[in-house]
Design a protein around this ligand. Sequence first.
Ligand SMILES: *Cc1c(COP(=O)(O)O)cnc(C)c1O
Length: 373
Amino acid sequence: MWQAEVRVDLDAIRDNVAALRARTSAEVLVAVKADGYGHGMVPAGRAAIAGGATWLGVATLDEALTLRRAGIESRVLAWLLSPGLPLHEGVAAGIDLSAATPELVDELVAAARQAGRTAQVHLKLDTGLARGGAAQADWPALFEAAAKAQAGGDVEVVGVWSHFACADDPGHESVDRQLAAFGEGLELAGRYGISPRFRHIANSAATLSRPDSHFDLVRVGIAAYGLSPIAGDTYGLRPAMTARARVTLAKRVPAGQGVSYGLTYTTDRETTLAVVPLGYGDGVPRHASSTGPVRIGGAVSRIAGRVCMDQFVVDVGDEPVEAGDVATLFGPGDDGEPTADDWAAATGTINYEIVTRFGSSRVPRHYDGEVRP
Ligand SMILES: *Cc1c(COP(=O)(O)O)cnc(C)c1O
């Protein structure tokens, strides 16, 4: 018996990845960072591989090492590395590592020597996002350092890559601008003798909307979990996560009753209040106070008043709700329940954040489907 649970449909992840793979001739990397966007990093990774992903992508070295310790043998790329990490552990584990500075290339040379193995590096170019990646003025120094390290045999430049700022807005002029800059970067790399096997820039949004951005590898995250990064089109993807809980208490209260901390919500008639055992300690945004939609019984109602650490209250009106009934916060929408998109709209955020908030949560995660977690 569960009181609250996050259900993850691993077959949906597998099938979404297979559908994405069918859209491109490039290899597919599935981003499983941040505990697989809340779906469980290792099970999500296995489902992605079952769907045809040949690469998994993570932010941190620790995440990459966790995948290896779980027995995942696919290629893994880790892309967010501060100086001074034990990179030799990543090299020894056969993890591809990203570098955006000559200093990190030097660290990879040292790591390769320590591990007794060639470091597989992906050179990251900033083509306009102005987040990670070498600024355009610094590309020559990065390529020079990488070419030298490659000539020394310690490093193999496997990839040259970048990341989009606005691919979720398909008409945005920056997409073309970044693609043009990426082309210049690849051309410049060639002049330093660097011709990587994997050129990659596309995230989910570009994978879905810009086939001309696929190159040799696409890096999909949110779409693998069945959510669309582009408003107004689901692309036939199937959401993999359902969050739900059993009502702990239902009671009739009169009109004029203030509800939950601060008494910010007041009943406007005699009504039934249902207490749901999920709160911001579990991943429910406090910003869902008096806005988050929840399906209990046959109806979708709103959260009444503040979301607390462990629980919130729903005003279900005259719906015949009892303790033990299932309250579904979001799911694929099959039974009329809200979706992560509905929650994002209600709380002023994006579907990515809604599902990711349930990662490493107090709530037990249960897996459905043929793919074994
Ligand atoms: C998270 C991430 C992705 C995947 O992004 P989505 O929008 O979820 O497809 C791709 N590349 C990098 C560098 C990322 O950090």
